[in-house]
Design a protein around this ligand. Sequence first.
Ligand code: UGA
Length: 431
Amino acid sequence: MNIAIIGTGYVGLVTGSCFAEVGHNVICVDCDEAKVKMLQGGGIPIFEPGLEEMVKKNVAEGRLNFTASTAEGVEQSDVIFIAVPTPPLEDGSVDLSFIERVARDIANAMTSYKVVVDKSTVPVKTGEKVAETIKRYCKTDCEFDVISNPEFLREGFAVEDLMNPDRIVVGITSNKPEAAMREIYEPFNAPIIFTDINSAELIKHAANSFLAMKISYINAVAAICEASGANVEEVAHGIGMDERIGRRFLNASLGFGGSCFPKDLSAFIRISDDLGYDFGLLKEVQKINAAQMDRFLKKITDTLWILKDKTIGVLGLAFKQNTDDVRMSPAIEVCQRLLKDGASLRVHDPKAMEKARELLPAEGVTYVDDMDRVAEGCDALVVATEWPEFKELDLAKARDAMTAPLLFDGRNLFDPAEMAQLGFTYKCIGR
Ligand code: UGA
């Protein structure tokens, strides 16, 4: 298939590379010319395991190309995927201006039948608007179909998720585009669900909100565990073995973050409101998430008493493991709030230090390249991201380098018994 992908963010770039990897001809479009130049030269603007090799290979083999011209992308392809950002607005609703802009650009460039696929996360009924917009701005009377194909990849596992999806959801209004979608996804060997567009759009918001709810649920259970002396990991294991519940996304933490869950929750609440339903359950999910961060920080302030003039080591800045993404990162919030209370920080992240510099103030933060040196002179250590390499930390060395052996683990990376044996005062989540 000849495919255009408009937008080379996480979703667009990974989707384009994986489509090329299975043999399709892909042209990725981005309005940022510097980014296009970088990609054409084999550079990758994000860290995502396996992506760089895949991009380089498919560029070299001629199946993956980049351009800043939407017209060029539209001209060279039969199926056009829209994968541009849909950022949140102040009131929790979604900014759809990028989608609308792209719809107009596609309309202006269309000279033959095209399948236009929305892959960005959008409110229910956006497909209808995109179709109306294309119809309005298209100067020729060529036919087109607008369909919905939400993406379920996780950052940090994007290539793995895209190559091995649990399911592929496609929302269509006519049968015409079905064959093209079957052909595109045939190599992925996953079940394809064909449904109507509104349902497909809703599946995405409902899925992300459900997963966020699962995390808030276990975080609320973690609070009960702390108050009662139970262990949240034992509870998660015990309930997760029920296949109806499942163990995944039941890791208690200092709260969820990232560019998807917080945004999609707010959007889904707003969408429901607009449709006349007060989704109080999801408002509670947000509340629990905010309270989880407060409870974690309170453990630090209750123990250290005064933060002014204290030095705290923070392990992890990314919003989760395996990524350099710091957008809406709980780790960044921890840093900002500790700084606000007067602490100085020594921070480390295997991949996200550069991006964190853009969000954290220049003063009061020391970036430490070697994770084993973060603890030097610290009054406390905080684990804020679940990078597996933190488990290899030389804890005895860290303990000896600190003014007092205090560790706050927001990701339950370490074993409480081992930490006690090493002489740490160790506080974690729900254990
Ligand atoms: C999420 C969904 O998992 C994807 O299916 C979806 O495609 C994506 O949003 C999107 O809409 O684009 P992502 O934001 O990349 O993916 O990251 P997750 O792995 O879902 O983690 C989100 C947050 O929840 C992170 O801060 C993570 O640390 C936290 N989390 C996750 C927990 O606190 N506990 C868990 O058990 C799992």
